[in-house]
Design a binder for this molecule. Structure first.
Ligand code: NAP
Length: 336
């Protein structure tokens, strides 16, 4: 029986929020693996804020998705055919498989995962790319010390919630900024943050002034825009501003809202530094072992928001930019 692969391909470069007409839904027969290749049945697709950037033309840290190509996405699944000695039929794997039901790959960048250690969705969440982003962004770029004050935006999200928990493990005081009472409650009562700021209901500047009376030593920024600008006003001497992302700006049709308070970096001898998680690929193994240890000891929680059905992809992706996901957003395409 010939297997059929359904896919979402990029049809047009979006202006603002991606529309249904920016995608085509296609089907084609599943190919056989060539020499050195494996065939993966995709079970879960990771939906990430960065996907919006990959749809744009122009220079970035990675080439744009070509028009007509299957949309790039991380995912997890099972090897169902293999011509690669590194992978056996039945292996559970995570990698860049695209927004589709089956992926043929040579196995580069594909990681085997162990379901005895954690369920499959966790490998797209705290023990996957978002967890690694939190780990390296916080520890290598932010370098929080015990007793310092760390503020994070996007704090209830896949990256933010893990970064905040790691900051707590390192002995920092942690304040999270998130949208809505449920997310704020989650980061304090479940993730152990010291306080939360609901940016949809509170004035961020007054709330930061109230919660950070000794100033801010590390600001881990996931959202950019006005929240970044507000935080720059509270930096301590030699503070570190970690530019992880700027989700408030990804669907702009006007120029990006830059930080007008940047001279705070000068007067406070502070540093603002961006990073991309793949810079740290050589150290993924060490980081994952440490994070898996924290999870096993009950010191690190992972939260996923799983939506079923490949066909829901165009609408489900938008949840990220509307704040409608609560945890790592994952599309479930098939059951194991
Ligand atoms: P996420 O936080 O799980 O989901 C996105 C969240 O962003 C939404 O739930 C929403 O939370 C918040 N948001 C959306 N629009 C917003 C706006 N206009 N203003 C403020 N908040 C807004 O996503 P994630 O995967 O953890 O990614 C978080 C950030 O990390 C993104 O900026 C992403 O691009 C970045 N990132 C960077 C790297 C890297 O290598 N540098 C790697 C992975 C991710 P609320 O309900 O709280 O508003």
């Amino acid at each position: 029986m010939t297997l059929v692969n359904h896919q979402f391909r990029l049809a047009a470069r979006p202006v603002g929020m991606p529309k249904r007409s920016d995608w085509t839904y296609t089907e084609e027969p599943v190919g056989q693996p060539g020499p050195g290749e494996i065939l993966v049945k995709v079970l879960l697709i990771s939906l990430d804020p960065a996907m919006r950037g990959w749809m744009n033309e122009g220079r970035s840290y990675i080439a744009p998705v070509e028009l007509g190509a299957v949309m790039r996405a991380l995912g997890a699944g099972q090897v169902i055919a293999s011509n690669n000695p590194g992978f056996a039929v039945g292996d559970m794997v995570a990698g860049v498989f695209g927004v589709q039901e089956y992926a043929l790959t040579k196995g580069e960048g594909v990681m085997k995962v162990d379901l005895r250690m954690a369920p499959l969705p966790v490998y797209l969440s705290a023990l996957g790319m978002p967890g690694l982003t939190a780990y390296f962004g916080l520890l290598d770029v932010g370098q929080p010390a015990a007793g310092e004050t760390v503020v994070l935006s996007g704090a209830a999200g896949a990256v933010g919630a893990v970064a905040g928990q790691i900051a707590k493990l390192k002995g920092s005081r942690v304040i999270g900024i998130a949208g809505g009472p449920e997310k704020c409650k989650y980061i304090v009562s479940e993730c152990g943050f010291d306080a939360a700021i609901d940016y949809k209901a509170e004035d961020v500047k007054s709330a930061v002034a109230k919660h950070c009376q000794k100033g801010v030593d590390v600001y881990f920024d996931n959202v950019g825009g006005e929240i970044l600008d507000a935080l720059l006003l509270f930096l301590n001497k030699r503070a570190r501003v970690v530019i992880c992302g700027a989700i408030s700006q990804y669907n702009n049709t006007t120029p990006i809202h830059g930080p007008s308070n940047y001279l705070s970096l000068l007067v406070n001898h502070a540093r603002m530094e961006g990073f991309v998680v793949t810079d740290y690929a050589a150290r993924y193994g060490t980081a994952l072992r440490e994070m898996a240890g924290w999870m096993a000891a009950g010191k690190l929680k992972s939260r996923e928001d799983v939506v079923k059905g490949l066909e829901t992809f165009p609408d489900t992706l938008l949840k990220l930019y509307k704040g409608e996901n609560f945890g790592k957003l994952i599309l479930q395409v098939a059951e194991a």
